[in-house]
Design a protein around this ligand. Structure first.
Ligand SMILES: Cc1ncc(COP(=O)(O)O)c(C=O)c1O
Length: 307
Protein backbone atom coordinates (compact mmCIF):
# COMPACT_ATOMS: atom_id res chain seq x y z
CA UNK A 1 0.00 0.00 0.00
CA UNK A 2 1.04 3.61 -0.50
CA UNK A 3 2.56 5.38 2.47
CA UNK A 4 1.16 8.66 3.72
CA UNK A 5 3.08 11.31 5.56
CA UNK A 6 2.21 11.23 9.25
CA UNK A 7 0.71 8.76 11.71
CA UNK A 8 -0.59 9.89 15.11
CA UNK A 9 0.88 7.67 17.81
CA UNK A 10 0.23 8.28 21.50
CA UNK A 11 -0.11 12.04 21.14
CA UNK A 12 2.61 12.69 18.54
CA UNK A 13 2.49 12.95 14.77
CA UNK A 14 5.37 10.75 13.63
CA UNK A 15 6.64 9.75 10.20
CA UNK A 16 5.06 6.61 8.67
CA UNK A 17 8.34 4.67 9.17
CA UNK A 18 8.53 5.55 12.85
CA UNK A 19 5.06 4.31 13.89
CA UNK A 20 6.28 1.09 15.54
CA UNK A 21 5.29 -1.30 18.32
CA UNK A 22 7.23 -4.04 20.13
CA UNK A 23 6.88 -7.66 18.94
CA UNK A 24 5.58 -8.54 22.41
CA UNK A 25 2.80 -5.97 22.32
CA UNK A 26 -0.20 -7.78 23.83
CA UNK A 27 -2.44 -6.83 20.90
CA UNK A 28 -0.07 -8.29 18.33
CA UNK A 29 -0.10 -11.67 20.07
CA UNK A 30 -3.67 -11.89 21.36
CA UNK A 31 -5.73 -9.54 19.18
CA UNK A 32 -6.53 -7.18 22.06
CA UNK A 33 -7.28 -4.04 20.11
CA UNK A 34 -10.18 -2.08 18.70
CA UNK A 35 -10.28 -0.14 15.49
CA UNK A 36 -12.49 2.06 13.36
CA UNK A 37 -12.69 2.78 9.68
CA UNK A 38 -13.82 6.31 8.85
CA UNK A 39 -14.22 8.06 5.49
CA UNK A 40 -13.18 11.58 4.59
CA UNK A 41 -14.90 13.15 1.58
CA UNK A 42 -14.17 16.24 -0.47
CA UNK A 43 -17.09 18.67 -0.29
CA UNK A 44 -17.63 22.26 -1.48
CA UNK A 45 -16.77 23.32 2.11
CA UNK A 46 -13.50 21.35 2.16
CA UNK A 47 -12.77 17.87 3.50
CA UNK A 48 -15.46 16.44 5.77
CA UNK A 49 -15.49 13.35 7.96
CA UNK A 50 -18.65 11.26 7.68
CA UNK A 51 -20.32 10.66 11.05
CA UNK A 52 -17.11 11.20 13.01
CA UNK A 53 -18.81 11.37 16.43
CA UNK A 54 -20.65 8.09 15.83
CA UNK A 55 -17.44 6.29 14.85
CA UNK A 56 -15.55 7.59 17.87
CA UNK A 57 -18.50 6.76 20.12
CA UNK A 58 -18.40 3.13 18.87
CA UNK A 59 -14.65 3.02 19.51
CA UNK A 60 -15.04 4.40 23.04
CA UNK A 61 -17.95 2.02 23.73
CA UNK A 62 -15.70 -0.83 22.60
CA UNK A 63 -13.03 0.31 25.09
CA UNK A 64 -15.64 0.14 27.82
CA UNK A 65 -16.46 -3.52 27.20
CA UNK A 66 -12.82 -4.47 26.57
CA UNK A 67 -11.75 -2.67 29.78
CA UNK A 68 -9.24 -0.40 27.97
CA UNK A 69 -8.24 2.91 29.56
CA UNK A 70 -8.22 5.92 27.26
CA UNK A 71 -4.70 6.76 28.38
CA UNK A 72 -2.12 7.16 25.68
CA UNK A 73 1.42 8.48 26.15
CA UNK A 74 0.66 9.47 29.75
CA UNK A 75 -2.44 11.55 28.96
CA UNK A 76 -6.11 10.68 29.45
CA UNK A 77 -8.30 11.32 26.41
CA UNK A 78 -12.00 12.08 26.14
CA UNK A 79 -14.17 11.20 23.16
CA UNK A 80 -13.84 14.82 22.00
CA UNK A 81 -10.01 14.67 22.30
CA UNK A 82 -9.99 11.58 20.07
CA UNK A 83 -12.18 13.36 17.50
CA UNK A 84 -9.76 16.31 17.49
CA UNK A 85 -6.73 14.01 17.18
CA UNK A 86 -8.36 12.37 14.15
CA UNK A 87 -8.89 15.77 12.53
CA UNK A 88 -5.27 16.78 13.32
CA UNK A 89 -4.06 13.62 11.57
CA UNK A 90 -6.20 14.31 8.51
CA UNK A 91 -4.78 17.84 8.32
CA UNK A 92 -1.22 16.47 8.56
CA UNK A 93 -1.71 14.30 5.45
CA UNK A 94 -2.61 15.23 1.91
CA UNK A 95 -5.76 14.12 0.13
CA UNK A 96 -6.58 11.17 2.33
CA UNK A 97 -10.00 9.50 2.11
CA UNK A 98 -9.90 6.90 4.90
CA UNK A 99 -8.85 7.05 8.56
CA UNK A 100 -8.13 4.06 10.74
CA UNK A 101 -7.81 4.78 14.45
CA UNK A 102 -6.74 1.81 16.54
CA UNK A 103 -6.66 1.54 20.34
CA UNK A 104 -4.68 -1.48 21.46
CA UNK A 105 -2.80 -3.06 24.33
CA UNK A 106 0.73 -2.06 23.43
CA UNK A 107 2.40 -3.17 26.67
CA UNK A 108 4.97 -5.97 26.34
CA UNK A 109 3.39 -8.93 28.04
CA UNK A 110 3.40 -12.70 27.65
CA UNK A 111 0.23 -14.26 29.00
CA UNK A 112 -3.44 -13.62 28.53
CA UNK A 113 -4.06 -11.36 31.51
CA UNK A 114 -4.81 -7.94 30.00
CA UNK A 115 -5.23 -6.20 33.37
CA UNK A 116 -2.69 -3.43 33.81
CA UNK A 117 -1.25 -3.72 30.28
CA UNK A 118 -0.72 -0.23 28.83
CA UNK A 119 -2.76 1.06 25.92
CA UNK A 120 -1.77 3.00 22.82
CA UNK A 121 -3.69 4.76 20.12
CA UNK A 122 -2.56 5.02 16.52
CA UNK A 123 -4.40 7.03 13.87
CA UNK A 124 -3.48 6.26 10.28
CA UNK A 125 -4.82 8.08 7.23
CA UNK A 126 -4.62 6.48 3.79
CA UNK A 127 -5.72 6.90 0.20
CA UNK A 128 -8.18 4.02 -0.18
CA UNK A 129 -10.21 4.86 -3.27
CA UNK A 130 -12.83 2.18 -3.87
CA UNK A 131 -12.54 -0.76 -1.48
CA UNK A 132 -14.15 -3.37 -3.72
CA UNK A 133 -12.84 -1.93 -7.00
CA UNK A 134 -14.91 -2.71 -10.09
CA UNK A 135 -17.20 -4.91 -8.00
CA UNK A 136 -18.70 -1.64 -6.76
CA UNK A 137 -21.08 -1.82 -9.75
CA UNK A 138 -22.22 -5.36 -8.96
CA UNK A 139 -20.49 -7.80 -6.64
CA UNK A 140 -20.39 -11.58 -6.63
CA UNK A 141 -20.59 -13.04 -3.14
CA UNK A 142 -20.46 -16.49 -1.62
CA UNK A 143 -21.99 -17.69 1.61
CA UNK A 144 -18.94 -18.52 3.69
CA UNK A 145 -18.36 -21.75 5.56
CA UNK A 146 -16.97 -19.55 8.36
CA UNK A 147 -19.47 -18.26 10.88
CA UNK A 148 -19.83 -14.68 12.12
CA UNK A 149 -18.56 -14.86 15.73
CA UNK A 150 -21.57 -14.25 17.92
CA UNK A 151 -22.07 -12.34 21.14
CA UNK A 152 -20.91 -15.33 23.20
CA UNK A 153 -17.52 -15.23 21.45
CA UNK A 154 -16.99 -11.54 22.14
CA UNK A 155 -18.79 -8.24 21.72
CA UNK A 156 -20.12 -8.49 18.15
CA UNK A 157 -21.04 -4.78 18.22
CA UNK A 158 -17.42 -3.70 18.77
CA UNK A 159 -14.66 -3.79 16.19
CA UNK A 160 -12.28 -6.04 18.10
CA UNK A 161 -9.08 -6.75 16.14
CA UNK A 162 -8.92 -10.46 17.06
CA UNK A 163 -12.51 -11.09 15.94
CA UNK A 164 -11.52 -10.18 12.38
CA UNK A 165 -9.70 -13.50 11.90
CA UNK A 166 -13.09 -14.99 10.95
CA UNK A 167 -13.61 -12.19 8.41
CA UNK A 168 -10.14 -12.77 6.93
CA UNK A 169 -10.82 -16.52 6.56
CA UNK A 170 -14.15 -15.84 4.89
CA UNK A 171 -12.66 -13.20 2.59
CA UNK A 172 -9.89 -15.60 1.52
CA UNK A 173 -12.51 -18.27 0.83
CA UNK A 174 -14.45 -15.79 -1.35
CA UNK A 175 -11.43 -14.57 -3.29
CA UNK A 176 -10.20 -18.13 -3.88
CA UNK A 177 -13.60 -18.93 -5.41
CA UNK A 178 -13.48 -15.90 -7.70
CA UNK A 179 -16.01 -13.90 -5.66
CA UNK A 180 -15.64 -10.37 -4.33
CA UNK A 181 -17.08 -10.82 -0.86
CA UNK A 182 -18.40 -13.39 1.58
CA UNK A 183 -21.67 -13.38 3.48
CA UNK A 184 -21.31 -14.84 6.95
CA UNK A 185 -24.12 -16.65 8.71
CA UNK A 186 -24.53 -16.41 12.47
CA UNK A 187 -24.43 -19.30 14.94
CA UNK A 188 -28.06 -20.24 14.20
CA UNK A 189 -27.59 -20.21 10.43
CA UNK A 190 -29.24 -16.88 9.62
CA UNK A 191 -27.66 -14.18 7.48
CA UNK A 192 -25.52 -11.88 9.64
CA UNK A 193 -23.32 -9.69 7.47
CA UNK A 194 -20.32 -9.68 5.15
CA UNK A 195 -16.66 -9.65 6.18
CA UNK A 196 -16.60 -5.86 6.48
CA UNK A 197 -20.09 -4.78 5.41
CA UNK A 198 -23.69 -5.06 6.55
CA UNK A 199 -26.25 -6.50 4.17
CA UNK A 200 -29.68 -5.46 2.92
CA UNK A 201 -32.22 -7.25 0.75
CA UNK A 202 -35.21 -5.88 -1.18
CA UNK A 203 -37.93 -8.50 -1.50
CA UNK A 204 -41.64 -8.24 -2.36
CA UNK A 205 -41.48 -4.44 -2.15
CA UNK A 206 -39.85 -4.12 1.29
CA UNK A 207 -36.30 -3.65 2.53
CA UNK A 208 -34.95 -6.07 5.15
CA UNK A 209 -31.68 -6.10 7.04
CA UNK A 210 -30.51 -8.38 9.88
CA UNK A 211 -31.33 -6.80 13.23
CA UNK A 212 -28.65 -5.89 15.76
CA UNK A 213 -29.45 -9.02 17.80
CA UNK A 214 -28.22 -11.21 14.91
CA UNK A 215 -24.52 -10.83 15.91
CA UNK A 216 -23.71 -8.06 13.48
CA UNK A 217 -21.66 -4.93 13.74
CA UNK A 218 -24.02 -2.00 14.23
CA UNK A 219 -22.79 -0.36 11.06
CA UNK A 220 -22.88 3.39 10.79
CA UNK A 221 -23.46 3.18 7.03
CA UNK A 222 -26.23 0.65 7.77
CA UNK A 223 -27.87 3.16 10.10
CA UNK A 224 -27.48 5.95 7.51
CA UNK A 225 -28.99 3.82 4.73
CA UNK A 226 -31.94 2.81 6.92
CA UNK A 227 -32.67 6.51 7.47
CA UNK A 228 -32.19 7.43 3.80
CA UNK A 229 -34.43 4.55 2.63
CA UNK A 230 -37.16 5.51 5.12
CA UNK A 231 -36.92 9.15 4.01
CA UNK A 232 -37.50 7.88 0.44
CA UNK A 233 -40.66 6.20 1.75
CA UNK A 234 -39.48 2.58 1.76
CA UNK A 235 -40.48 0.27 4.56
CA UNK A 236 -37.28 -0.98 6.22
CA UNK A 237 -37.55 -3.97 8.55
CA UNK A 238 -34.72 -4.94 10.91
CA UNK A 239 -35.30 -8.62 11.51
CA UNK A 240 -34.03 -12.16 10.97
CA UNK A 241 -32.98 -12.87 7.37
CA UNK A 242 -32.67 -16.42 6.08
CA UNK A 243 -30.37 -17.75 3.38
CA UNK A 244 -33.48 -18.52 1.31
CA UNK A 245 -34.64 -14.91 1.53
CA UNK A 246 -31.17 -13.73 0.54
CA UNK A 247 -30.93 -15.88 -2.58
CA UNK A 248 -34.53 -15.21 -3.65
CA UNK A 249 -34.36 -11.45 -3.08
CA UNK A 250 -35.12 -9.02 -5.91
CA UNK A 251 -32.12 -6.95 -4.87
CA UNK A 252 -29.23 -7.30 -2.45
CA UNK A 253 -26.68 -4.69 -1.44
CA UNK A 254 -23.89 -4.26 1.09
CA UNK A 255 -23.07 -1.17 3.12
CA UNK A 256 -19.89 -0.19 4.91
CA UNK A 257 -17.55 2.72 5.39
CA UNK A 258 -14.90 1.26 3.11
CA UNK A 259 -17.25 -0.33 0.54
CA UNK A 260 -19.94 2.42 0.78
CA UNK A 261 -23.09 1.06 -0.98
CA UNK A 262 -22.41 -1.91 -3.27
CA UNK A 263 -25.10 -3.85 -5.15
CA UNK A 264 -24.76 -7.64 -5.11
CA UNK A 265 -25.61 -9.34 -8.40
CA UNK A 266 -24.77 -12.94 -7.61
CA UNK A 267 -24.87 -15.14 -4.50
CA UNK A 268 -23.21 -18.57 -4.68
CA UNK A 269 -23.39 -18.48 -8.49
CA UNK A 270 -27.12 -17.67 -8.48
CA UNK A 271 -28.22 -14.45 -10.12
CA UNK A 272 -29.98 -11.86 -7.95
CA UNK A 273 -32.94 -10.34 -9.81
CA UNK A 274 -31.89 -9.85 -13.42
CA UNK A 275 -28.20 -9.96 -12.53
CA UNK A 276 -27.74 -6.20 -12.70
CA UNK A 277 -27.47 -3.55 -9.99
CA UNK A 278 -31.06 -3.05 -8.79
CA UNK A 279 -33.10 0.15 -9.01
CA UNK A 280 -33.54 0.61 -5.26
CA UNK A 281 -29.85 0.00 -4.55
CA UNK A 282 -28.87 2.48 -7.25
CA UNK A 283 -31.24 5.14 -5.97
CA UNK A 284 -29.89 4.77 -2.43
CA UNK A 285 -26.30 4.63 -3.67
CA UNK A 286 -26.73 7.86 -5.59
CA UNK A 287 -28.34 9.66 -2.62
CA UNK A 288 -25.57 8.40 -0.33
CA UNK A 289 -22.96 9.97 -2.60
CA UNK A 290 -24.83 13.27 -2.66
CA UNK A 291 -24.91 13.20 1.14
CA UNK A 292 -21.23 12.44 1.70
CA UNK A 293 -20.16 14.96 -0.92
CA UNK A 294 -22.10 17.71 0.85
CA UNK A 295 -24.81 18.02 -1.83
CA UNK A 296 -27.78 17.13 0.38
CA UNK A 297 -28.21 19.90 3.00
CA UNK A 298 -30.89 17.92 4.87
CA UNK A 299 -28.17 15.43 5.93
CA UNK A 300 -25.44 17.99 6.62
CA UNK A 301 -25.54 17.00 10.31
CA UNK A 302 -23.62 13.86 9.33
CA UNK A 303 -20.62 15.80 8.05
CA UNK A 304 -17.88 17.05 10.32
CA UNK A 305 -15.78 19.60 8.44
CA UNK A 306 -12.05 19.30 9.00
CA UNK A 307 -11.13 22.97 8.57
C1 LIG B 1 -17.84 -6.80 10.19
C2 LIG B 1 -18.32 -5.48 9.70
N1 LIG B 1 -19.62 -5.32 9.44
C3 LIG B 1 -20.11 -4.15 8.99
C4 LIG B 1 -19.28 -3.06 8.78
C5 LIG B 1 -19.87 -1.78 8.30
O1 LIG B 1 -19.85 -0.84 9.35
P1 LIG B 1 -19.72 0.71 9.07
O2 LIG B 1 -20.83 1.07 8.17
O3 LIG B 1 -19.85 1.33 10.40
O4 LIG B 1 -18.40 0.92 8.45
C6 LIG B 1 -17.92 -3.18 9.03
C7 LIG B 1 -17.01 -2.05 8.82
O5 LIG B 1 -16.66 -1.36 9.74
C8 LIG B 1 -17.42 -4.41 9.52
O6 LIG B 1 -16.12 -4.55 9.78
Amino acid sequence: MDKTEKIWLDGKLVNWEDAKVHVLAHALNYGTGLFEGIRVYQTPKGPAVFRLKDHVRRLVDGCKIMGFDLEFGGKTYTQKDIEESIKDTIRANENVDYVKPCIFLSGEEVGLNPVGVSTSMAITCIHMGTYLGKAGNGAKVIVSSWQRPDNLCGPAGAKVNGAYVASCLAKREAVRQGANEAVMLNSVGRVAECTGENIFIYRHGKIYTPSTGESILEGITRDSIIQVARDFGYEVIETEVTRFQLVSADEVWMTGTAAEVVPVTMVDGKMIGDGKAGEVAQKIHSKFHDIVEGKAPEYDKWLDYVN
